[in-house]
Design a binder for this molecule. Structure first.
Ligand SMILES: [Zn+2]
Ligand SMILES: [Zn+2]
Length: 312
């Protein structure tokens, strides 16, 4: 294929994952690292015996070549790449690593994958099918947030249950706690940003007796692309890059409130305490004053007061 000026001048980011058995993750890691180096791509790629999860950026032409070459690996043939505006500058380095898990749920031996993906996961629902399920089954349908609780502070599906998790590691304890046992015979729709976390979460839930589990295919991103703010999604989407959040339209509801003064805000700031740094929703006013730029814990409030006193 010929290289065009656009291919060289424009840059893109690729987001992708694939669950497929990988017999030799180290070999795949070395191949991927070499491929990215040859194409001048930067970003972060994780490989485990269950598959691959990556975000890389570079010139449009080199990204195209990357997708072609990567699909040459038999298990990756059907991998869907999500193209996004942005450039390699968003990721200064290249990191390609082998891990026990491509998403850290702490269940590397429980997760089973075959050539078709995760074995025993929730039924994939396209955005239209999500709405249809809710139309047909009404309030019986429960949305179950598959992200960290913090992410749901600024946006979630209508009436969703937000489990008490700081990281994906907390999910097992949470779904085994008994708190959600009344959902075990209800239709439960799990969702996360792009779908990868629910591939795993939905299978872990089914293994623990949740009978009717679904997952939003392509996650909130695909649902939002289809229905914007006119469907069952409400608010902003937390994203793991410099933007911190995004909206699907100007009609997005504002769900987030400043931890300190309750003013509406969608923006997370790090706690002023360098030992904490917890991402906390704060309005610009509260975030710009060290005395209020803390996460809410007593210890961090004290550190904030000290910083304010020494700088004031
Ligand atoms: Zn405030
Ligand atoms: Zn703190």
């Amino acid at each position: 294929m010929a290289t065009t000026a656009t291919d060289i001048l424009e840059s893109r980011i690729l987001l992708y994952y694939c669950f497929t058995p990988i017999e030799d993750p180290v070999a795949v890691m070395l191949w991927q690292r070499t491929l990215c180096e040859q194409l001048g791509l930067t970003g972060r790629i994780l490989i485990s015996k269950h598959g691959i999860n990556g975000t890389v950026g570079g010139s449009l032409g080199n990204c195209k070549q990357y997708t072609r070459k990567t699909r040459e690996y038999p298990g990756f043939k059907k991998m869907a790449f999500k193209w996004s505006e942005g450039s390699a500058k968003d990721f200064p380095k290249l990191s390609v690593k082998v891990r026990d898990e491509i998403v850290a749920f702490g269940t590397p031996d429980e997760l089973k994958v075959d050539a078709n993906g995760v074995v025993g996961g929730g039924v994939h629902l396209k955005p239209e099918a999500v709405n249809k399920l809710v139309e047909e089954r009404g309030d019986e349908v429960v949305f179950f947030d598959g992200r960290n609780a913090m992410e749901a502070q600024i946006g979630k599906f209508k009436n969703a249950i937000v489990p008490d998790v700081n990281t994906t590691h907390d999910f097992i304890k949470e779904i085994e706690s008994g708190k959600y046992d009344d959902l075990k015979d209800k239709p439960v729709v799990t969702y996360c940003t792009g779908g990868i976390r629910c591939e795993i979460l939905s299978s872990l839930m089914k293994n623990r007796g949740f009978q009717e589990v679904y997952q939003v295919d392509g996650g909130i991103v695909r649902y939002g692309e289809k229905f914007g703010d006119q469907g069952l999604w409400e608010g902003s989407l937390y994203v793991f890059d410099k933007r911190m959040h995004m909206e699907f339209s100007n009609d997005a509801k504002q769900l987030g409130h400043c931890k300190h003064c309750e003013a509406p805000t969608n923006l997370f700031h790090n706690c002023v305490n360098e030992q904490c740094r917890k991402q906390t929703l704060m309005c610009d006013d509260c975030a710009s004053n060290p005395a209020t730029a803390h996460c809410g814990s007593e210890e961090c409030a004290q550190v904030g007061a000290q910083v304010a006193a020494s700088s004031g």
